[in-house]
Design a protein around this ligand. Structure first.
Ligand code: HEC
Ligand code: HEC
Length: 142
């Protein structure tokens, strides 16, 4: 009996919890490599309808390897006013040219340059929390 009590204290014998408890690390030891999460596969789809007027539309196509940095902006090669027709893409709306002082610029405003700050690829992921949001009816296309 004493021996079992000692093993219990040392954590070597624990008849009740041995199987059930799993730490936040999912039972991994500190040096175990973390498994890669499953990669989502994006594919081009029909654009989803917007839920409300001011919503940044979701991106209906893949954006693998589309670079946006100080020197290049891949998105603008199709979405700029100069290029949209040729690429059958939606052109940027004029709000993208307004700077934070409300002044309209000739080029995309710095605050709308990094497109993926606001636009994300669309997916039919399950909502994390339930919500009952409804858009204002008077501003919905009929
Ligand atoms: C090779 C050309 C091309 C590139 C590059 C491109 N797009 Fe597009 N994009 C399109 C086309 C074409 C559509 C229209 C698709 C449709 O209507 O079916 C579109 C649609 C969209 C829409 C939906 C617009 C709407 O009215 O619903 C968004 C948002 C968008 N793209 C964002 C981006 C972003 C952000 C990037 C850069 C990461 C990007 N696109 C790069 C061609 C492109
Ligand atoms: C700060 C957030 C923000 C950033 C950054 C941004 N957008 Fe948008 N975008 C919006 C919002 C909000 C809308 C919808 C309302 C509007 O037109 O302003 C929109 C609308 C659009 C539309 C649809 C226009 C239409 O006429 O319906 C396209 C295309 C688009 N954005 C592309 C881009 C691209 C490409 C970039 C990068 C160069 C970009 N956006 C950067 C917020 C953003």
């Amino acid at each position: 009996m004493k021996a079992i009590f000692l093993l219990f204290c040392l954590g070597l014998f624990n008849p009740v919890f041995a199987e059930e408890l799993t730490g936040l690390g999912g039972g991994l030891k500190p040096d175990d490599p973390t498994p890669m999460p499953e990669q989502r596969k994006w594919k081009d789809q029909e654009p989803l309808e917007r839920n409300y007027v001011q919503q940044p539309p979701l991106i209906p196509h893949t954006i693998d390897n589309y670079e946006v940095n100080m020197k290049v902006n891949k998105c603008l090669t199709c979405h700029s006013w100069a290029n949209y027709k040729q690429n059958k893409a939606t052109k940027l709306s004029t709000t993208h040219f307004t700077n934070r002082d409300g002044i309209d610029l000739a080029t995309v405003s710095g605050r709308r340059y990094f497109c993926m700050q606001c636009h994300v690829p669309q997916t039919d992921a399950k909502p994390l929390v339930e919500n009952t949001f409804k858009p204002i009816q008077s501003l919905q296309p009929q």
